[in-house]
Write a protein of this length. Structure first.
Length: 85
């Protein structure tokens, strides 16, 4: 992924650790009911899925009380799927 940012009401929500290429697990804390994810793969032709569904550059996700695990899968060209959580 070239870009992975989380927003609440147009304000960025910090990820821990901060987003870097190659890191596959992140956490963030909020009491918001939903978040907006901004996702951009490193390669234009890559496929991106969020929770098993094809994702666009911006996706809104409803959150439940407690921990929420959001799986983001990325596949570039003939490479295997990589998962970010």
């Amino acid at each position: 992924m070239a870009k992975f940012t989380v927003y609440i009401s147009s304000k960025p929500l910090g990820l821990s650790p901060a987003f870097t290429h190659g890191t596959k697990t992140y956490t963030a804390e909020t009491d918001a009911e939903y978040i907006e994810l901004h996702l951009a793969p490193s390669y234009f032709t890559a496929n991106v899925k969020l929770l098993g569904e094809r994702a666009g550059e911006k996706s809104t996700v409803s959150l439940a009380m407690g921990a929420n695990v959001l799986k983001i899968a990325v596949q570039a060209a003939d490479e295997p799927w990589q998962t970010i959580r």
